[in-house]
Design a protein. Sequence first.
Length: 276
Amino acid sequence: MEIKKYITENEPKMLEDLFSLIRIPSISAKPEHHDDMLACAERWAQLLLEAGVDEALVMPSKGNPIVFGQKIVDPGAKTVLVYAHYDVMPAEPLELWKSEPFEPEIRDGHIWARGADDDKGQSFIQVKAFEYLVRNELLQTNVKFIFEGEEEIGSPSLESFCQEHKELLKADIILVSDTSMLGADLPSLTTGLRGLAYWEIEVTGPNRDLHSGHFGGAVANPINVLCQIISQVTDAEGRITVPGFYDDVEEVPQAERDMTSPHSFRRREIQKRLSM
């Protein structure tokens, strides 16, 4: 069946399935939503089974449960691992919402609700694409899914889970269902994202207040020193100046740089859009 026809015929069921996920307030940053995290994970496992995986498991981690599903069409075939997260950010400030954040509403051609985009909507698209391939006997690769419930709080349990289940998660390529597009009219394939780095800088100054008339200029003000340090963390090109920072960073291959060049002329347009 042609994919657009498949979507049209199954749209009501697809929307209700998506809405069933969105209605669960799976807010990882709030401990009082612990039960909601489990409920959302279990709902995802159910939807994966309905989509056609061979098995779907809700697996424990050091934090919120992780959903794993897989379909093996041929042990010798390539394997795609789809990553997504089912947790969402808090909905505050609630007074700015025009509708209930966890009761999806279709308005102006868009679904308005927390998680409709990041990341329940995006991951739902991947699962439904998988479902289409399975039902139309088009799937030629093995597919695995890993959906975590702590992305919005820094994924503290994901690394240890992956280390513990290396063989289970083994794949040839990872498809991350949580990136973005440069524009509604410019589909984008993201091949890398910047990570996060935290550090603490402590500047120690005099152990007592000093009169600026006597000591101003002679004794450095810790606030000014700290500002100088921060201003030198990056250079004029935006590169981080901390020694050794780039030691383990892979250079972007020229072939990948060349693939992005056709869209470089739109850089100013994109920057203008982001500043509006």
